[in-house]
Design a protein around this ligand. Structure first.
Ligand SMILES: [Zn+2]
Length: 203
């Protein structure tokens, strides 16, 4: 993340807003990616974050087994597809879970942020739930029939999709960092006269 400094007065008080905050789109995509870290899938961890027009998060999900289907009792194997051990028979995708986990009456006209372009099954749920926009980080399975079918359905249903434009390659979360991290060492602008100085002169 690009470090920028804030304006600090002669007494060391920060007098301007913090400028190194993350943008809304970064925030929502980062939440999708953070949610993916909850996934037990050994190969693909995907997260999704649904946001309404007021920029409120109304649903979050990641790929996982259905409730009651214990992670240790069901197979996480890829296949073969006709085997009862194929995880695809059981795992709920992130987009579906995000829609089902919604904390609003519906997700009509919302935007969904996803790490991977949705598959055809998730596309059906996205369309039927009324979500209007898909923002995705990766389209690495673009050549797969599932992705092609998903796009075909989105196009027909008027659901728009666009790639996430990467701003920061990395957003670091440090649990130890609970203080203002705009260090006063990074003074880049001329300090302004501080209140304390004025008060001292009056006395
Ligand atoms: Zn899917």
């Amino acid at each position: 993340m690009a470090e920028r400094s804030c304006t600090v007065d002669a007494c060391g008080n920060v007098v301007s807003k913090r400028t190194s905050y993350i943008e809304w789109e970064e925030y929502f995509m980062a939440i999708a990616l953070l949610s993916a870290k909850r996934s037990k899938d050994p190969c693909t961890q995907v997260g999704a974050c649904i946001v309404n027009n007021d920029k409120k998060i109304v649903g979050i999900g990641y790929n996982g087994m259905p409730r009651g289907c214990e992670d240790d009792q069901f197979s996480w194997s890829k296949g073969p597809m006709d085997s009862l051990d194929a995880k695809s028979l059981y795992v709920c995708h992130a987009e579906v879970n995000a829609v089902l986990n919604k904390n609003s009456s519906d997700v009509k006209d919302c935007t969904i942020y996803v790490a991977l372009f949705p598959c055809n099954e998730c596309a059906k749920v996205i369309i039927q739930s009324g979500i209007r926009t898909v923002v995705y980080l990766s389209d690495e399975k673009a050549e797969k029939p599932k992705t092609i079918a998903a796009k075909k359905m989105f196009d027909a249903a008027g659901v728009t999709y666009r790639p996430y434009s990467l701003r920061n390659e990395k957003i670091e979360i440090n649990f130890g960092d609970i203080r203002c991290n705009e260090t006063r060492k990074n003074l880049s602008e001329t300090p302004t006269k501080c209140k304390k100085e004025d008060e001292t002169k009056e006395e």
